[in-house]
Structures are given as structure tokens and as C-alpha cells.
Design a protein around this ligand. Structure first.
Ligand SMILES: *[C@@H]1O[C@H](CO)[C@@H](O)[C@H](O)[C@H]1NC(C)=O
Ligand SMILES: *[C@@H]1O[C@H](CO)[C@@H](O)[C@H](O)[C@H]1NC(C)=O
Ligand SMILES: *[C@@H]1O[C@H](CO)[C@@H](O)[C@H](O)[C@H]1NC(C)=O
Length: 360
């Protein structure tokens, strides 16, 4: 028997309404528009909610998935507590259906999913791989030793990860200079052919990470050594937005995930955190990039679906690897309060993606 698909879902930005030169007022009006759409159509914003304790989680045990990178495999790295795995994301206005890989693959038979972004997106990619692998351990397999692409031999379905932390093209010259091509995306995007594309770009932009990752920002034939990171970010996102609007097949579902929060305390640590923030009035500080992201997405012609994981991730100070990561990468005195243990928070992003895909 078919169970009815819950009529939750889809309180995404509908992005077509705002003209190319959106003013602040237009963006505010658009925000109001958005809320009304949510109220009338679905009553539910999947991204506004809280974490509730639910011992029926995690959806897979750490030992059940061989494809988690060492840096995210907190249990194997000795993390003693496991309470951080037992939380479920609960939107305020509706329930998210429990993940079923079979249902997902039936829906996406013959389709390709691609994740594009930085290592947080890799975190999310591995989470989806594990969620599917748990139910299909013999027919869901990596296509190479790099484990960046998996296929289901039963459903002709694939999931792939493309590392592209700025989205736009990055070039390393023979002199080892790093050039960020803020108006070029061709070399990266040539690989992004999929039926479902999930993008993200945040941690490599310097105000987030602390230091600039490029020597030269190049636009047209001009070289800039002093282009402000926020300016470069806006140009790069705009390049991406134009690429999506003029190159992506309208049948493709395109998602953009917002930033994922880090939780470094004054000592640059997070290891003592054992529980999510549960204050219902808690509102994360918007990053300096979020207004630009919102503006670019709202002027993108292609109807991009926005996965707003800001609040969801900001509440989870307990979910990072901290010292239970690959210490070879960061050294024993450092902690990773940026990425996420798996199983963990990115599983919830994939559940939101799943809920959306079932409804689409
Ligand atoms: C794109 O790739 C071509 C061929 O490898 C290379 O010559 C060119 O410099 C690249 N462009 C950018 C913007 O990275
Ligand atoms: C920009 O920088 C690159 C790398 O250093 C160099 O090859 C190129 O000639 C420069 N272009 C201009 C117009 O200065
Ligand atoms: C994403 O969610 C946060 C926290 O709920 C909110 O402050 C922010 O405005 C949202 N971003 C967008 C672009 O809607």
C-alpha cells in the first residue's frame, strides 16, 4: 500500500519575482512575499525548527559505513560520548518523513545527484552515501578508490562529489601563484551534469576562515591583488548564478545550501560540548556573506531551492569532531569545530533534501 506523502515541504525562495537590480526594499518585500507563500501553500518552513532528543537515531551506526573519511569518523577516533547522534531535526510546522533509501532510489531511478562545494559538502555527500549504503550494502558501490562517486547497480542511480570551494575556476600557475577567476566557471562546471545539483560555497572565503586563499583575483584580463573578499564573493556567486540560469537544463533541480556554523570558543575548542543549544529564542549571527548570498539567489533567474541550514547547524555546538578527528591533519593541540561527526548533523540536511525530493 502506498502511504500518502506528507504535504509538508517547500517553503523555498521562489526566486523569479525580483528584477536583476534588486533594491533593499525589493528584497524586503520579497521576504514578506516568501512568508505569505509559506503560510498559504504549506504552513511549513523546514529550516525553522529545533533539535529534539530521539533515541531512535542515528539512522546508521558509525561502524556500518566504511565510507566516512577518517576526519569525520569520531567514534573510531575515540569520541567517548554518543548522545550527539541521538537528535532529530524538528521543523516548527511539520514533520520530516523518516529517511528510506529505497523510497529515494525508486523516486530517483536512472538519475544523478551531484554535490559541489568544499569539505562541508563532502561531509554531506558522505552522509548521503552512508544513508543509502546502509540499506543497499551490496548494490551501492564506489566507482573508484577515491570514493567520490557511488552508483546503485540496481537503480542506475549515482551520487557524486565535486570539490570546488569557490565554485568559480581556480588556477595554480607554474610559479605556484593561486589565481581566483571570479568571472570564469567553465573548467569546473563542465563536470556538473546531473539531475539534482546541490551547491555550497562558504568556508574558503577569508572572513570565515581567516586568511585569503588566493594570490590574485582575476576578472577579464585584469589582475587584482587587493580585491576585497566580499567583492570577490559577490562576483563569483554572480558568475555561478549566470551559469545556472543560462546553462542548466530546466528539468534539473538545483539546490544551494547556506553556510554551516563553526563553534570555536575562546580557546579555539568545542570538545566539552555535549548538547545542542535548546534556547528557542536563539538566533545565529548572520555571517557577512549571508546578505550577499540572499541577494544573489533572489536575483537568479533559475528557480534555485535554498537549503537554509544556518539555524540547524548553529544550534549543534556538540556535533563537531573537536579532537576526535584526523590529528595528522591538524595537530594534537587543535580541534576541528567546523566539520561534523558522522553520523550527525549532515544526515539531517539530507533528510530535508529527501523530503523535498519526494515532494518534487
Ligand atoms: C581552463 O583549462 C584550460 C585547459 O586546461 C587552461 O588552459 C585554462 O587556463 C583554464 N582556465 C581557468 C580559468 O582556469
Ligand atoms: C596576471 O597574473 C598572471 C599570473 O601571475 C600572469 O600570467 C598574467 O600575465 C597577469 N596579467 C596581467 C594583465 O598582468
Ligand atoms: C536562514 O535562516 C536564518 C536563521 O533562521 C535566518 O536568520 C536567515 O535570514 C535565513 N536566510 C535566508 C536567506 O532566508
Amino acid at each position: 500500500m502506498m502511504t500518502a506523502i506528507p504535504t509538508l515541504l517547500l517553503c523555498f525562495l521562489s526566486l523569479n519575482h525580483v528584477s536583476a537590480q534588486a533594491t533593499q526594499k525589493q528584497i524586503r518585500d520579497f521576504e514578506v512575499h516568501k512568508r505569505q507563500d509559506c503560510d498559504t501553500q504549506t504552513n511549513c518552513n523546514l529550516f525553522s525548527g529545533k533539535w529534539v532528543h530521539d533515541p531512535s537515531y542515528p539512522l546508521y551506526e558509525p561502524s556500518e559505513c566504511p565510507y566516512v573519511s577518517k576526519e569525520f569518523d569520531c567514534k573510531a577516533n575515540g569520541r567517548p560520548d554518543s548522545g550527539y547522534q541521538e537528535w532529530r531535526w524538528q521543523p516548527n510546522g511539520c514533520d520530516v518523513p523518516r529517511f528510506s533509501a529505497r523510497r529515494l532510489l525508486e523516486k530517483l531511478k536512472g538519475k544523478k545527484v551531484a554535490f559541489v562545494g568544499d569539505s562541508i559538502t563532502q561531509n554531506q555527500f558522505q552522509s548521503l552515501v552512508c544513508l543509502v549504503y546502509k540499506e543497499f550494502p551490496t548494490t551501492f558501490v564506489p566507482t573508484s578508490h577515491l570514493n567520490n562517486k557511488f552508483i546503485s547497480t540496481e537503480y542506475d542511480f549515482s551520487i557524486e562529489f565535486f570539490w570546488s570551494p569557490f565554485l568559480v575556476d581556480l588556477e595554480i600557475t607554474n610559479e605556484m601563484k593561486v589565481i581566483l577567476h571570479v568571472d570564469e566557471i567553465q573548467n569546473n562546471s563542465v563536470h556538473w551534469t546531473a539531475d539534482i545539483l546541490v551547491f555550497e560555497s562558504s568556508k574558503w572565503w577569508p572572513e570565515v576562515l581567516g586568511r585569503q586563499r588566493w594570490d590574485i583575483a582575476m576578472e577579464g584580463q585584469k589582475n587584482y591583488t587587493d580585491m576585497k573578499p566580499l567583492v570577490a564573493y559577490k562576483k563569483a556567486l554572480t558568475t555561478w548564478s549566470q551559469w545556472v540560469s543560462s546553462n542548466v537544463n530546466p528539468q534539473t533541480l538545483v539546490f544551494f545550501r547556506s553556510n554551516s556554523y563553526s563553534h570555536y570558543n575562546r580557546k579555539r575548542r568545542c570538545a566539552s560540548e555535549k548538547k545542542p543549544i535548546q534556547d528557542p529564542s536563539y538566533n545565529p549571527h548572520p555571517t557577512v556573506y549571508s546578505a550577499i548570498l540572499q541577494q544573489v539567489l533572489s536575483t537568479t533567474k533559475f528557480p534555485v531551492k535554498f537549503l537554509n541550514t544556518s539555524l540547524n547547524s548553529a544550534l549543534r555546538k556538540d556535533g563537531h569532531p573537536s579532537m576526535y578527528t584526523n590529528l595528522n591533519n591538524i595537530g594534537p593541540e587543535h580541534q576541528d569545530c567546523t566539520h561534523w561527526c558522522l553520523p550527525g548533523i549532515p544526515d539531517s540536511w539530507n533528510q530535508l533534501l529527501y523530503a523535498t525530493l519526494l515532494g518534487a
